[in-house]
Unconditional design. Structure first.
Ligand code: ZN
Length: 277
């Protein structure tokens, strides 16, 4: 049994503030250890539950945050940028039996600690076929096309509630309770590690590839915080303006859908100016 862990940072233990997750800050250096603790706890739990292999895919910012030297020696870690499936890279090779979303968070424009979708602030909402979409929901559709079930989700309490929508059968662990976008009631890393390890052990029992799910066509709509970003986004073929600050596109598969999403967010982020956005 092989488990893939997609590891994002905003939903990690103790993390509530932008500097906690921005590479290069002193607080990020401290929070890397908390993030690593969550991910390692999940890996240990999956091994407890019978996994033979655990591959960790770094999914936050520059994708170079976890402390490899503090991880269990049985894991392997994919670190660094430029991967065709981004946050769920590694799921496409036909050998993954289950995936865990560790350290995930809620979507742009919704309640939740450090809520956003891909870009920290410029995207104010994402909808998939008319439903509000978090990164978890988008990635759940990608992995479903490879027949891989989401077996575990960790993050704040609202992230767990969001995951009930896209992975109702998965085990969930809330490592903190949302108070505001930048505040949470946090539990200690020793406690959350125990909770995550126990849940991952149970979640291993949910692993097992199923037939690929073709849920398309997928219409993805994005809303930005400034009008010029709409103009920037619509240079991507297939996108069209659907409002003053909105664009949409339709893809037959989520594989294509997530790649177009990446193209749009890359171009939009290059059009964001300091202060004015
Ligand atoms: Zn994220």
């Amino acid at each position: 049994m092989k488990i893939l862990i997609s590891a994002d940072m905003e939903g990690a233990t103790g993390v509530t503030w932008p500097a906690d997750v921005l590479p290069g800050t002193p607080q990020w250096e401290r929070c890397r250890a908390l993030f690593t603790s969550d991910v390692n706890a999940a890996a240990l739990g999956f091994f407890d539950g019978g996994a033979d292999e655990v591959l960790i895919n770094e999914a936050h910012w520059s994708m170079r945050n976890l402390l490899l030297e503090r991880l269990d020696e049985r894991v392997e870690m994919l670190t660094g940028r430029h991967k065709s499936l981004s946050m769920v890279e590694g799921v496409q090779h036909g050998d993954v039996d289950g995936i865990a979303f560790v350290g995930y968070h809620t979507g742009a424009g919704t309640e939740g600690v450090l809520a956003h979708t891909y870009l920290a602030n410029s995207i104010t909402g994402v909808w998939l076929n008319g439903t509000r979409a978090s990164e978890g929901l988008l990635n759940a559709h990608v992995v479903a096309e490879y027949g891989v079930p989401v077996v575990l989700v960790t993050g704040d309490d609202l992230t767990c509630a969001d995951a009930e929508g896209y992975a109702p059968g998965a085990h969930k662990v809330a490592v903190k309770d949302h108070v505001s976008r930048y505040a949470a009631v946090c539990r200690t890393p020793s406690r959350t590690a125990a909770d995550i390890r126990a849940a991952a052990k149970e979640a291993a029992g949910l692993a097992g590839r199923h037939d690929p799910v073709r849920g398309g066509p997928f219409t993805v709509e994005l809303e930005f915080d400034a009008e010029h970003l709409t103009m920037a986004a619509t240079v991507v073929p297939g996108t069209e303006r659907t409002g003053e600050r909105r664009v949409a596109y339709t893809s037959e598969t989520m594989y294509d859908g997530i790649r177009t999403f990446k193209a749009v967010t890359t171009i939009v982020s290059s059009a964001v100016e300091e202060q004015y956005g």
